[in-house]
Design a protein around this ligand. Structure first.
Ligand code: G3I
Length: 476
């Protein structure tokens, strides 16, 4: 099975005349991190094992460095939001395909597979579906028509469809979505049959979260897959989303993948991210590296595990800070598109034996000072400037400056840095053109913020995890 898929993958890429190595050689360099011959390319490493390594993307961001990394490193693309029901049919019969089309076109131009996400889901569902007063037959028609239209539009161009997403509650019983409430248990089989009819070549998946290890929820999913297979329902695969927490990869992940595989379906890790409480430290990033490697190895260990998709490849494009206050840094690349230890954990699990070296990724800092100044302040807003000086003896190659707001301020717009805020925690990362700070040198960036009540300066700053002197940015 894996041998066949490996052959198909390499045939496909030869026909398209595209290889990741060629893209890199053609100048798809990662800013702030020069493309070097020794750099691992995940899509090539994965292909050598007959598995896929993919990423979810935000279609609107697919230009510049973001597009370069997404295209060069991954062999499968999942539209993060663009194919959801609420995006493509917000009003009944009014279909909007431009966002989804752009992602599919992007992937095809780079010889990448597309995971269609998702046809039937309780969330990001337009109000006309969620809050309609439906008879069973009325909703069944709406659901199957939606599947027919979406899967039919991309017929032959989608490798895997997440046909039904998140159908279970944590105890393994069915989630009481509008589909479950109105149509009963049979809606899932109906959805898979409609998807098969619309696109016979696509692999059809049941996808969910918190089903990575052996637990009540994955037991419920297992029973459903067993019963669908017994009834001859066209299900091809199970997607384990894998929104995980640093240090908490379920020990039973591989056994769980294996038991689904033994039912005669493929398995994919479909939405991998591994979040941590901010700020990121070297120790947390090291644990995250081990965790990404462990998930990758669990997939490699089961022949029917067809691949892994990360849910956003860069911390600048992750859902985590918006949904889990104070958490983030969940992906393999930082905000400045520099590979993190997690990236090398994946590469090493895929057999790469090179040396990450001190270059990529924010390295150690042996001295720093920060000057923070509010330059202008008005009723609810302010403009601030931050100067970071390297007071050590070693160059800084790639930097991230972290601080905590003392009185509820928030960043609204930044220049000369990529800034992210989660709760009161702020992380400002270099942009491609100011990644390096020579010994004695400095960089300056600025931002607009919002305040109310108080606008005191942060008590301290940490550069790549190292506390900095504050005040003048001269001493250290
Ligand atoms: O597009 C609007 C924008 O116009 C508006 O200004 C902004 C204000 O909040 O919201 C934007 O929509 C957001 C959308 O992402 C696009 O960025 C929604 O608020 C936000 O809720 C939505 O979050 C998505 C989330 O699904 C919704 O549940 C995440 O991006 C997306 O990554 C996430 O993905 C899900 C998978 O589909 C299923 N598994 C879990 C995974 C993580 O939640």
């Amino acid at each position: 099975m894996r041998g066949t898929s490996m052959k198909l993958q390499s045939l496909r890429r030869t026909v398209l005349g595209i290889s990741a190595a060629a893209l890199l050689a053609a100048g798809a360099a990662v800013p702030g991190h020069a493309a070097e011959a020794a750099d691992p390319v995940l899509r090539d490493l994965a292909a050598a094992h007959g598995i896929s390594y993919g990423t979810a993307v935000t279609g609107a961001k697919l230009t510049g460095a973001y597009a370069d990394v997404a295209g060069a490193q991954f062999d499968s693309i999942t539209p993060g939001n663009e194919m959801k029901w609420g995006s493509v049919e917000p009003v009944r019969g009014d279909f909007r395909w431009s966002g989804a089309d752009a992602v599919v076109d992007f992937a095809e131009a780079r010889g990448q597979k597309v995971r269609g996400h998702t046809l039937v889901w309780h969330s990001q569902l337009p109000s006309w579906v969620e809050n309609g007063s439906w008879t069973a037959s009325g909703l069944r028609t709406v659901m199957t028509e939606h599947i027919k239209t979406a899967a039919g539009r991309y017929k032959g161009r989608i490798d895997h469809w997440d046909v039904v997403n998140e159908a279970f509650d944590e105890d393994g019983t069915r989630r009481q979505s509008v589909f479950q409430r109105t149509l009963g248990d049979g809606y899932i089989a109906d959805a898979f049959r409609a998807a098969r009819a619309a696109d016979p070549a696509a692999k059809l998946y049941l996808n969910d979260y918190n089903v990575e290890g052996l637990n009540a929820k994955s037991d419920g999913m297992y029973e459903l897959v067993r019963s669908l297979k017994a009834q001859g329902v066209p299900i091809d695969g199970v997607g384990l989303q894998a929104h995980l927490i640093v240090g908490q990869v379920p020990p039973s992940l591989q056994a769980n993948i294996q038991r689904f595989a033994d039912l005669g379906v493929d398995v994919a890790v479909t939405e991998l991210d591994i979040r941590m409480q901010l700020p990121a430290t070297e120790a947390k990033l090291a644990q995250q590296k081990a965790d990404y490697a462990a998930v990758t190895r669990a997939c490699l260990a089961v022949s029917r595990c067809v691949g892994v998709t990360v849910w956003g490849f860069t911390d600048s494009d992750s859902w985590i800070p918006d949904f889990f206050e104070g958490q983030g840094a969940a992906t393999p690349y930082d905000e400045g598109f520099r590979p993190k230890p997690a990236f090398y954990g994946i590469a090493e699990a895929l057999g790469w034996t090179g040396d990450p070296g001190p270059g990529p990724g924010p390295g150690p800092v042996d001295g720093c000072a920060v000057a923070y100044a509010v330059q202008n302040q008005w009723s609810a807003g302010f403009t601030a400037q931050v100067t970071v000086r390297n007071t050590g003896t070693a160059p800084v190659n790639g930097w991230q400056l972290a601080w905590t707001w003392p009185s509820g301020q928030s960043v609204t717009q930044a220049w000369n840095a990529a800034m992210n805020q989660s709760g009161a925690s702020v992380a400002a990362a270099n942009v491609p053109y100011n990644a390096s700070i020579a010994p004695g040198g400095s960089v300056t960036f600025g931002f607009n913020g919002a305040w109310s009540g108080g606008n005191a300066a942060p008590a301290g700053f940490a550069l790549n995890g190292r506390p900095c002197a504050t005040g003048t940015a001269q001493a250290g």
